[in-house]
Design a protein around this ligand. Sequence first.
Ligand code: BES
Ligand code: MG
Ligand code: ZN
Length: 494
Amino acid sequence: MAQIKELKNIRKDINEVHTDLLIVGSVKTKKFSNPLKSSLGKTLSNAIKVEKFTGKLGKSVKIYGDDKIKRIAVFGLGETKKYDSHTARDLGAKIIKYANSLETKMLTIDTSSMGLSSDDDLGAFAEGLVIGSYEFLDYKSDKKEVAKSSNTIVKAEFIGANSSVLQKAFVLAEGVAIARDVSNHPANIANPTYLANTVKDIAKADNMKYKVFDGSEFEKMGMGAFYGVARGATTPAKMIIVEYNGGKKAEKPFALVGKGLTFDSGGISLKPGANMDEMKFDMCGSAVVIGVLKAVAKLQPKINIIFAIGSTENMPDGDAQRPGDIVTAYNGKTIEILNTDAEGRLVLADVLAYVTDKYKPVGMLDFATLTGAVLIALGNRASGLMGNDTKLIKDVKKSSETTGEKVWELPLWDEYSKEIKGKYADLKNMGEGRLAGTIAAGIFLKEFVGETPWCHLDIAGTAWGPKEPSYQPKVGATGVAVRLVYNLLENRIK
Ligand code: BES
Ligand code: MG
Ligand code: ZN
């Protein structure tokens, strides 16, 4: 949960503010322009001199104030030339962490000194502030630890900012927070039914229709690939769908599809024990869908969207799928299972083919913690991006640049298709040995989207783990791609 529960714009003069902590910004190249006219202003100017504060990015100077303003901190913004929305987002997170270390309840930002030259920068700063305040303490029983967190910032005020920009940033940050929450819950709590209920709850909003299909229906629906993966699990599998109608009735929807493996043991091709606990995060693709759903429910953008999640556990069992099994996917293609641990692509194959067939989307994105290989290729600083449509790939890259959630394109050239040709069936569920594992998975998915303009984001490296920029949490899921996808949807509204 994000600790900040409210972002507010106030129209007061800085000298009338009542707060626990006032934050003022200072640029490196300019002389500090003191916004305080009271006696505090003088003390602040003195402190800046004594501390030899130059406005270096991330450096700060603090003084204690009076009854009205208890503390004032000047934060360095570095050089204006290098200051952009990414720096602003990062700084927002640094400021909230600083405020938390002081255990303050209320924070006030002197907006005009923060170097936020556009609404985008202001939005990014506010996002960083709220996302950076995220903590996951649901399972901590240490009262002190929990109380400390709930006693810190609950409200942040901005002096003279654009209120609608703040509200949108807050909603997007809530989307990121719910994506992190569902991902951080362990697999014994966040199972497919839990995901379905979470979605159902959000989908009570206007213009949303919720549907769910149980694993027991998959076989007769023709989803043999998803069914094969779900066989080994005793917790029921679910395909979860929300139809959102924010656009014109006749307009075809854009589709978002997420891999929701609430636990991936590997199945009969069992994974090694080390770090297997992290496979509770194998539903982070579905968390992207849930995070965006949450933001769409509140912001009601004028576009039609299909949200779809394929959710199950991948478990070994007497009835589990075996290596060598052959299954038939929703679009009629047959697949040889060479490794039961390459299960995400099987689940997605059926959900992608189903959504393509039922909704004829104008574009489709999928999100999945699909391959360990993407970590080898890109580490945890960028998600792998693949697709069949140059324009959509370009749009994803553009949104990625806006939101700072890095992506890097890998090719899906036709030549790679050879590597997933089956010996006995049409396809096999993995490529040639260890080579180009992420691309092999991508080119496999491409078989199930028909002519739909489509992109796949492999978030196995970015969905949990990265500690930078500073809005990332100390532990657990990042909620990566929620903001990127919302930005992309928004850019599609003409
Ligand atoms: N969920 C994993 C991918 C994964 C691995 C994500 C490590 C994050 C960290 C996926 O289902 C998987 O097991 N993929 C296999 C595919 C292989 C068997 C072809 C992999 O990457 O090893
Ligand atoms: Mg697997
Ligand atoms: Zn998996």
